[in-house]
Design a protein around this ligand. Structure first.
Ligand SMILES: *[C@@H]1O[C@H](CO)[C@@H](O)[C@H](O)[C@H]1NC(C)=O
Length: 215
């Protein structure tokens, strides 16, 4: 009997815990719950790079030691917190901000600037207040129109995918200041517009997990 208990109880516990673990960490959800809520949104706003001001919107880090005939030599890294406004005037209403970085990623000298940008565009107004779009891509900044992929998002922009067409409106080549019109086209599924959204907030329950909440 003792042998049976010492054998059976650990076995039963192992089975119990392993089944709890398999049962609790993933589940399949019908994609149709999302499909009906898919939205396609066009946003237009203006992005401002402000180098020359008491409070520049960017910071150049670790300038490369190479002497290159370029305002932004290969390897330059810039961190940005740029305002996004409703109109081309930097003084027009701010509707969001762009936080991120860009890297000078071409070794060709001169003004053939090619950068790779990674940014979170967070909106601060209206329906999209608090929601963000994640953008990552190559930007050949002297082209008339550049295309940047939207690779994700949060809040109203969950599951976001799409693209941005960026067009310079005003560039001061001496100071580096620039105003760029962004037209974003994005498919997304809102986190709040349907009663089924609880399904996609399930992970939140783990926030109150007695172990995880101590980490
Ligand atoms: C945006 O959301 C924040 C946080 O919820 C809130 O404080 C702010 O007033 C909102 N802004 C607008 C314009 O609704």
């Amino acid at each position: 009997m003792a042998n049976f208990i010492t054998f059976f109880i650990p076995l039963a516990l192992t089975l119990l815990f392993s089944s709890l673990v398999t049962a609790s960490y993933h589940q399949s959800i019908s994609p149709s719950l999302l499909r009906s809520r898919e939205k396609l949104t066009h946003l237009r706003f203006y992005f401002h790079e402000i180098f020359t001001s008491d409070k520049p919107s960017n910071l150049v880090i670790d300038p490369p030691k190479v002497v290159a005939d370029s305002p932004l030599p290969f390897g330059s890294q810039v961190v940005i917190e740029d305002p996004l406004t409703i109109g081309p005037d930097v003084e027009s209403k701010q509707i969001g901000k762009a936080q991120g970085f860009y890297l000078s990623a071409t070794q060709r000298p001169g003004l053939e600037l090619e950068i790779v940008m990674g940014m979170a565009l967070t909106f601060l107004e209206g329906e999209f207040n608090g929601s963000s779009l994640s953008v990552l891509g190559r930007n050949k900044i002297f082209n008339e129109v550049r295309e940047l992929p939207i690779i994700g998002g949060t809040g109203e922009f969950r599951f976001a995918r799409g693209y941005i067409l960026a067009r310079s409106v005003k560039v001061d080549y001496h100071k580096g200041d620039a105003t760029v019109e962004y037209n974003a086209y994005v498919y997304h599924y809102s986190s709040t517009s349907s009663s089924s959204h609880e399904i996609f907030n399930d992970g939140v329950q783990f926030m109150t997990d007695p172990i995880l909440s101590k980490i």
